[in-house]
Each structure stands twice: as C-alpha cells, then as structure tokens.
Design a protein around this ligand. Structure first.
Ligand SMILES: Cc1cc2nc3c(=O)[nH]c(=O)nc-3n(C[C@H](O)[C@H](O)[C@H](O)COP(=O)(O)OP(=O)(O)OC[C@H]3O[C@@H](n4cnc5c(N)ncnc54)[C@H](O)[C@@H]3O)c2cc1C
Ligand SMILES: NC(=O)c1ccc[n+]([C@@H]2O[C@H](COP(=O)([O-])OP(=O)(O)OC[C@H]3O[C@@H](n4cnc5c(N)ncnc54)[C@H](O)[C@@H]3O)[C@@H](O)[C@H]2O)c1
Length: 469
C-alpha cells in the first residue's frame, strides 16, 4: 500500500475537552488552519461525564426529585451524550475534526500520528501542537478492588440504576458531590477519606463544614481511615476492610481518589517535552511545554488537566485563552492565584487563593478573620428565627503587613455565587481598606464579608498606631 503523505496544517490540537476545544476554536478564529484530534466525544468530559451531569444530579437531589426522574433530567442536560452540537460549532469556526487517537512522533517538524477508525493512520505536520488530552481516574492501591463492583465518577454519572448501598472512597470534590447526590437520591452512602478532614488542603473548618453538611444529608462520613482490602460479599457486592479494623459492606464502591494526567503514549518526551513526577506535562506560564532542561520546546503547548496545574474547566479555558492571546501577538501569562475551588453541595463551599496555613508557609505575616452567616440579618429572614442554625461563614486571609487579601473561604447558602467578590479581590490584590469601604446590598449573604474585613482593618490600624508610637 502506498503510504499517505503527511498533511500540513498550522495547528494540531490533541484532545477536544474544555481546554483543547477552546484553544482550537480561538486559533481558528485567528485564521489558522487547525486540525482537532479527538478519539471519543467532542467536548471531552465536562459536558457529558463530569461537571454538567454532576451538577444536574446534585440539583435533582436537592429538589427531592426521585432517581428515575433525576436520570431523565441528567440525560437531557448531557444531550444524550451526543456531540453533534459541539461538532457543528467546530465547523462554524472552520476547525477540521479528525476522529482518532493522536500521538507525537519524534523529530522535526512536529508530527502527530493519528490512529483512525478501521486500522488506518494519518500523519499531520504542523508548526504548533497543543496537547489537551485531559486526565483519568486514579485507582487507589486497595487489594482486591478488581474483584468487586466498582464505579468511577463517569460510571456514577451515567448510571441508570441506583445502588442500595454505596461506598465512596475519597473525600475530595468528587467524593463529596457524588456522596450528597446519591444520598439525596435514595442510596445509603458511606464516605471514607484517608485524610483527617474532607477536602484536604482547604482550611480545617471548611472540611468540618463539609462533613456536617454531608452528615445532614444522611451520609456516614469516616475520616482518617484508609481502605486496605476489598473482597466480594458473596451476593454481588463488596466488603471493604479499613485500616482502623472496621469494614464497610456495599453494593458498589465509587472510586474517587483523584485523577492523573493522560500522558501515556502521547509522545511528549519523544517530541522533546518533559513530565513531572505525577506524569503531568511540564509547562511555563504561557503554556509552553518545557524540555527536561526547563526550556520551552518550540511550537509545543499544553492546556487543561494534562498539565496537572489546576484541574478545573475554568482553568483549562483560561490556559486556552492565554495561548490564543500569545499566538495573536499579545503577551499574556496564566495566573492561578485566584482560581475558584467550589464544591456544589447544598450548601456549597467556595475557596480561593491561599489558606492561612499556606500563606504562612509562603512566608507571609498572616492575619485572618471569620464571620458566621448565622449572625447576618439575612439568616433571620429564612424563617428559622435563630441565626445560629444557619451553618457556614466566611474567612478572609490577609497579609498582616500590607493588608492585601491572599485568600478566602466561603461556606453556606449560595456561597458559590457571593464568593466571587473575594476571588476578584485576590486576583486584583485588593487590600482590606478597599473591601471595608465597598458597599454590599442589605440583606444579601455577601454582607458577611464586611464584619470580617472591618475587623482585619481595625487590627491593621491598631498595629500601625503601635508601630508609630
Ligand atoms: C465528577 C467531576 C466533576 C467535575 N466538576 C467540575 C466543575 O463543576 N467545574 C469545573 O471547573 N471542573 C469540574 N471538574 C473538572 C473538569 O471536568 C476538568 O478539569 C476538565 O474537564 C478538563 O478538561 P480538559 O480539556 O483538560 O480534558 P477532558 O475534558 O478530559 O478532555 C480531554 C479529551 O481528550 C481526548 N483525548 C485524550 N487523549 C487523546 C488522544 N491521544 N488522541 C485523541 N483524543 C484524546 C479525550 O477523549 C477527551 O475527550 C470535574 C471533574 C469530575 C471528575
Ligand atoms: N466542583 C468542582 O469544580 C469539581 C468537582 C469534582 C471534581 N473536580 C476536579 O476533579 C479533580 C479530581 O477530584 P477528586 O475528588 O477525584 O480528587 P482529589 O484529589 O481532590 O481528592 C481525592 C481524595 O481521595 C482521598 N483518597 C485517595 N485514596 C484514598 C483511599 N484509598 N482511601 C480513602 N481516601 C482516599 C485523598 O486523600 C483525597 O482527599 C479535583 O481536583 C477537581 O479539580 C472539580
């Protein structure tokens, strides 16, 4: 058979998830000939298998909708997992879709080999290649896990049957959201997290708030324990043995122990790039892939989960926009300091920037202040009559010397919306003086920010007066 000569385009993007699709469309709108290589669905995980179905199931659970109806609503939200609409959007922007599995080949010019359906292959040559291959779930090292019925988050978000009893392994955002969704839709849920708190990495009170929230939804939360061994229970389910001597019986085990970058067989190193210890593609602040010596590899870029930097759709989108801006000749760098970290339980949490502990480790002289939502006028409006029963609050973390806001955590009703003010404060490096002067609407939840920043400002002025005396 005569080999097909390589096709030359301006840009090849491997992976059409949140990051790759946006990068391809932005670059095509600049007039470049872009080939987008995708081996599954155009759009990647977010619209079909992660963000959208997770939020749909959570909202159904919060609304008390029965499981079967929640499945119907979810399937509508994910458009039946049909990517026709997304494909049409690509066409409108002039992006050429290549269905198949792509990998970089060694040498120059940059060449991507695509395994096409039916055993054929195509080679694409290009001055620019963007890697946007996403991530896959990590399988925790639990002996015997392969012998019992397990789910990944994808399975849980496509399932049409509800397990009577579900064991969730991992108390990060996936574990917390899916525990509340399934508990609300009628499963008995046990959540096991090996760290001492849920949402490890966030402030301790945020983890405790989440544990209280989930327990209030009927989830049995067990922190500080690790699953060690699993075995079939003889009735189609699982018995999972924990390192505290306990065991959990369940019809299904949902594996929610994190995700790892999908860099296997992508050819990153062959093309001169490098991977970090977690297998993520190493990039600089302009999303240029770095060589083992730390220099940008000409023409090679990466965005999204495959970079492991900040594994959210909004971060993948930010990276894609930075890449496109630089391609258009404008100099722009990524800034992850104010990327929101929200968990969409009811009530939700919204964190941004550094926790007080992280700020101290980064060398700041730290001050922080909390204010509970229950003490707001708004709390008295919702018919409880006793504000203390409205859980949650806001914590603002500042540099004590400059007063600049370094981070914040918001937990409680609608925190995923009103927390945005603090994300902008972190991004714009605002100080507490300005936040104290800022006027918030009477009877909004955002009024909680005022007492916290007013107290931080008062302490700062006091310190300044003492220093001047
Ligand atoms: C349960 C869950 C809920 C989440 N909820 C949220 C949320 O509410 N908000 C939020 O911001 N983030 C959320 N996330 C994270 C979000 O889903 C990811 O950060 C985002 O989807 C990453 O996009 P991406 O472009 O990097 O990759 P993906 O969406 O993973 O897309 C990568 C694409 O590349 C394709 N691909 C891979 N390798 C190749 C190859 N060699 N050749 C061809 N194609 C290839 C894959 O088929 C896939 O379509 C959630 C994640 C999970 C698991
Ligand atoms: N609302 C959102 O934006 C949203 C929602 C879901 C996921 N995401 C994204 O997806 C990524 C992956 O989420 P995730 O929750 O899978 O990962 P994660 O890394 O955030 O959390 C995994 C948790 O599992 C625990 N764990 C690991 N092995 C364990 C074991 N054997 N036993 C008990 N606990 C164990 C870890 O200590 C950790 O707390 C997140 O980092 C986030 O970026 C975002």
């Amino acid at each position: 058979m005569t080999p097909v000569p390589p096709r030359t385009v301006d840009v090849v993007v491997i992976g059409s998830g949140s990051g790759g699709k946006m990068a391809a469309q932005e670059l095509a709108r600049q007039g470049r000939r872009v080939a987008l290589v995708e081996d599954t669905r155009v759009g990647g995980f977010c619209p079909y298998l992660s963000c959208v179905p997770a939020k749909s199931m959570l909202l159904s659970a919060h609304a008390g909708i029965p499981f079967d109806e929640a499945v119907r609503v979810r399937e509508e939200a994910v458009a039946g997992r049909d990517d026709a609409g997304a494909v049409e959007g690509l066409g409108a922007d002039g992006v050429q879709l290549v269905r198949g599995r792509g990998r970089l080949l060694p040498g120059r010019p940059l060449t991507v080999e695509v395994d096409l359906p039916g055993g054929r292959a195509e080679r694409l040559r290009s001055g620019t290649v963007v890697l946007a291959a996403g991530s896959t779930p990590v399988r925790p090292p639990v002996d015997g896990l392969d012998d019992v019925p397990t789910w990944t988050s994808e399975d849980a978000l496509s399932a049409t049957e509800r397990p009577g009893r579900l064991l969730v392994l991992g108390g990060g955002s996936v574990g917390c959201e899916l525990s509340q969704a399934y508990a609300g839709l009628g499963s008995e849920v046990v959540l096991v997290e090996r760290d001492e708190q849920l949402l490890p990495g966030e402030a301790r009170w945020v983890g405790d708030f989440m544990a209280g929230t989930l327990r209030g939804s009927g989830v049995e939360v067990r922190t500080g324990v690790t699953a060690r061994r699993a075995e079939p229970d003889g009735r189609g389910g699982a018995v999972v043995h924990l390192d505290d001597g306990g065991e959990v019986r369940a019809d299904r085990v949902l594996v929610a122990g994190g995700r790892s970058p999908r860099t296997q067989n992508l050819g990153v190193e062959a093309a001169g790039g490098s991977l970090d210890d977690s297998g993520a593609v190493r990039i600089d602040s302009r999303c240029r892939v770095l060589s083992p010596q730390g220099r940008p590899v000409p023409g090679l870029y990466a965005v999204g989960d495959v970079t492991g930097v900040s594994t959210y759709t909004h971060s993948a989108n930010m990276q894609a926009r930075v890449l496109a801006e630089n391609a258009a000749g404008r100099d722009r760098e990524t800034d992850y300091a104010a990327v929101p970290r929200a968990v969409y339980t009811a009530p939700p949490v919204f964190c941004v920037g550094m926790t007080a502990a992280q700020a101290r480790r980064a060398g700041h002289d730290v001050d922080s202040e909390m204010f509970p939502l229950g003490q707001l006028e708004r709390a008295n409006l919702i018919g409880i009559g006793c504000g203390d029963e409205v859980p949650g609050g806001v914590e603002v973390v500042v540099d004590a010397t400059t007063g600049v806001v370094l981070g914040a955590a918001c937990a409680g009703r609608e925190a995923d919306s009103w927390g945005a003010e603090l994300a902008l404060a972190v991004r714009a490096r605002l100080d507490v003086d300005l936040l104290e002067e800022h006027v918030r609407g009477f009877l909004t939840w955002s009024e909680a920010v005022y007492p916290a920043v007013a107290e931080l400002r008062r302490r700062r002025l006091e310190r300044a007066q003492r220093a001047a005396a």
